[in-house]
Ligand binder design. Structure first.
Ligand SMILES: Nc1ncnc2c1ncn2[C@@H]1O[C@H](COP(=O)(O)OP(=O)(O)OP(=O)(O)O)[C@@H](O)[C@H]1O
Length: 267
């Protein structure tokens, strides 16, 4: 193994000098990410925020193994990511459930893909996850019989079915109404306390990022770089109910200033 790029123990995700260039249809080179270095510890919850087009989804897709970096290295648990891994779970803005399969079969689908046994234990696990997110009793329903929020909850359960260590979430609550969104944030916080995971979470909501994260990565656009990494100064277990506190509010304001201050300066 080459030295210098090894991931120290306890680091779940490492991005080392990562750049990503896309080529547009007319041949223009689009530098989506430049010089990105980021280390996410085991069971840490890290959010990515920044203006539209700053490269948040690109960064997540690189970690997911859906894209390769043009320069640099992405590693999970010390191994270079070259393709989607079985120890990661993915949740997108739209739950993309199979419409012709029941909620239970949707949850079991990743196990089928991984050729894992669909036995009584797997079914029990699916039912336990559904119960955890308030969907007990909906296992035999079809996606169209569930609301958008309920479908997204089922999508999160599906990502957790093979018990991944790393959960990658791209605007998972973006399509939900404000109330459901808040409720889902609380459920995710609770879920991460009960079943600790390393989470990389893309959001457009600064409040959501402060509510959920240990650290918030603020990205600057064109090309996307890490502008600042903000540590949230409140323990995650005590976050709910602390939204009005001075610490919460000043942390959110600092992130807002980083994002919009830059936009004003550039205008
Ligand atoms: N497949 C692609 N081909 C060409 N350009 C791309 C491709 N994917 C992303 N880009 C460009 O890379 C840049 C970063 O895109 P990305 O989707 O990562 O940003 P984002 O921060 O997630 O944006 P948003 O908040 O709007 O979802 C943008 O300029 C985008 O147009």
């Amino acid at each position: 193994m080459p030295s210098g790029t090894e991931t120290p123990n306890g680091h779940a995700i490492v991005l080392d000098g990562v750049e990503r260039v896309f080529e547009s249809r007319d041949g223009e080179q689009i530098q989506a990410l430049k010089g990105v270095n980021l280390t996410v510890s085991e069971h840490e919850f890290v959010s990515l925020v920044g203006q539209s087009g700053c490269g948040k989804s690109t960064l997540l897709r690189l970690v997911a193994g859906l894209l390769a970096p043009t320069v640099g290295r992405v590693a999970i648990h010390g191994e270079t990511v070259t393709e989607p891994r079985t120890d990661t779970g993915l949740v997108f803005q739209s739950p993309t459930l199979l419409p012709w399969a029941s909620i239970l079969d949707n949850l079991l689908f990743p196990l089928r893909m991984l050729h894992r046994p669909i036995d009584a234990e797997a079914r029990e696990r699916a039912l336990a996850l559904l119960e955890l997110v308030g969907l007990a009793g909906f296992a035999s329903r079809y996606p169209k019989e569930l609301s958008g929020g309920m479908q997204q909850r089922a999508g999160i359960c599906r990502a957790l079915m093979h018990d991944p260590d790393v959960l990658l979430m791209d605007e998972p609550f973006g399509a939900l109404d404000a109330l459901t969104r808040e409720e889902m944030s609380r459920e995710l916080l609770d879920l991460c306390v009960r079943r600790p995971k390393t989470v990389l979470f893309v959001t457009h909501s600064i409040t959501e990022s402060v509510l959920l994260s240990d650290r918030v990565v603020v990205m600057s656009p064109r090309p996307g770089r890490i502008q600042e990494i903000v540590t949230v100064p409140l323990p995650r277990e005590n976050r709910i109910g602390s939204e009005a506190s001075h610490e919460f509010q000043s942390c959110a304001q600092h992130i807002r200033d980083l994002i919009f201050g830059r936009r004003h300066a550039a205008a």
